[in-house]
Design a binder for this molecule. Structure first.
Ligand code: KG4
Ligand code: ZN
Length: 336
């Protein structure tokens, strides 16, 4: 059988990325140029700066991805690109680039949903993983509990009503002065703290068992800090970080466990930037072990934004015969 080689491009937020992926699971290169140090100055991603940096870097990133794979554009079978959701200006850079390459090389163009990419990151290192499985996508922009019925077939069981899990990490980190991006900083601080020192209540959504809500938890943490400061007490930042992180993890685990039981799933995967959190992974692994469910997770570098995951998702779209036209556009609020 023929090898399908895909050049994939990702530029939905603050990572300019390109990868060469063969048959969806064999990653020949995975180049990521992160803009995090630039945005750290402002405490979060500045969309205008993100678009500008994507434009400056994208050609170089693609060239490097081809070089590392020891291939040229003439070797490719398709060009894949994230077309949503994300920052519209950032997405447009990748979409325009992918269209230009596909047009010039007369290659099929495949637009990929960013969340489908995150989910598909699990295929890369777990060669035996096939749908159906349950996947929890936890990133800076999204918190989705998804039943992957088949390749390209997704049923969203639950989603966040307000802040995403990663967003909550980022906002709490800012409040306790840890800086951006908050996830890794909270995780590090939490190692020194007691996860049971402060009792935050697990957020619940009354009319949706699988839905999430993290903005209330963020407020609880802010109120706790303000309250302590007003009483002149010193706040133990490590305890706040550890207790907050534990509450998020408990909530995510509880939702996942409920869905595993109700839908009789025997495979569970996590994805997205927050999935690189080691404490979260251990908790999920333990929960799955207790249930006799197979647990999957990508390496940290495949959890945060990258183009290899877009190449993995695109392969199954390619097999299904899905192609996009030259009218492919960036869709900032694209639905799965
Ligand atoms: O998937 P991603 O790179 O971008 C989006 O699609 O949003 O996720 C970035 C998010 C940020 O909110 C970041 O704080 C969070 O993932 N994150 C973490 C960790 N590493 C990154 N959250 C918790 N623990 C971590 N170790
Ligand atoms: Zn992402």
């Amino acid at each position: 059988t023929k090898e399908i080689k895909i050049l994939a491009i990702e530029s939905s937020c603050d990572e300019t990325a390109a990868a060469v992926v063969i048959n969806g699971r064999d990653v020949r290169s995975n180049v990521i140029s992160t803009q995090i140090p630039l945005h750290t100055l402002y405490g979060g991603v500045v969309p205008e700066i993100a678009s500008r940096k994507h434009i400056e870097r994208i050609n170089q990133v693609i060239e490097q991805a081809l070089e590392e794979a020891d291939m040229g554009l003439e070797d490719m079978d398709a060009i894949a690109v994230t077309y949503g959701p994300g920052l519209v200006g950032a997405l447009l850079v990748g979409v325009a680039e992918a269209k230009a390459i596909a047009f010039a090389e007369q290659l099929p163009l495949i637009g990929v949903h960013h969340i489908e990419g995150h989910i598909s990151a699990n295929y890369i290192e777990n060669k035996e993983l096939k749908p159906p499985f349950l996947c929890l996508v936890v990133s800076g922009g999204h918190t989705h509990l998804v039943r992957v019925a088949d390749y390209g077939k997704y049923e969203i069981l639950g989603r966040t009503r307000d802040d995403a899990a990663g967003e909550a990490f980022d906002k709490v980190a800012r409040a306790i002065g840890l800086g951006y991006p908050g996830g890794p900083k909270i995780e590090k601080a939490a190692h020194e703290g007691d996860p049971f020192a402060i009792q935050f209540t697990r957020p619940k959504v009354s009319d949706g068992v699988y839905d999430f809500s993290f903005s209330g938890l963020k407020s609880q943490v802010l109120n706790y800090i303000n309250g302590a400061q007003m009483k002149g007490e010193t706040v133990n930042e490590a305890d706040v970080a550890a207790s907050f992180q534990q509450t998020v993890i408990d909530t995510l685990c509880e939702h996942a466990a409920l869905a595993i039981d109700e839908f009789g799933m025997d495979k569970f995967a996590i994805a997205g930037g927050v999935a690189s959190n080691q404490t979260l992974r251990s908790a999920m692994e333990k929960m799955c072990q207790e249930k006799g469910v197979e647990f999957y997770h990508p390496s940290p570098i495949l959890c945060t934004d990258n183009a290899a995951m877009i190449g993995a998702a695109a392969y199954y779209e390619y097999l299904a015969g899905r192609r996009d036209g030259w009218d492919l556009n960036a869709i900032p609020n694209l639905k799965l």
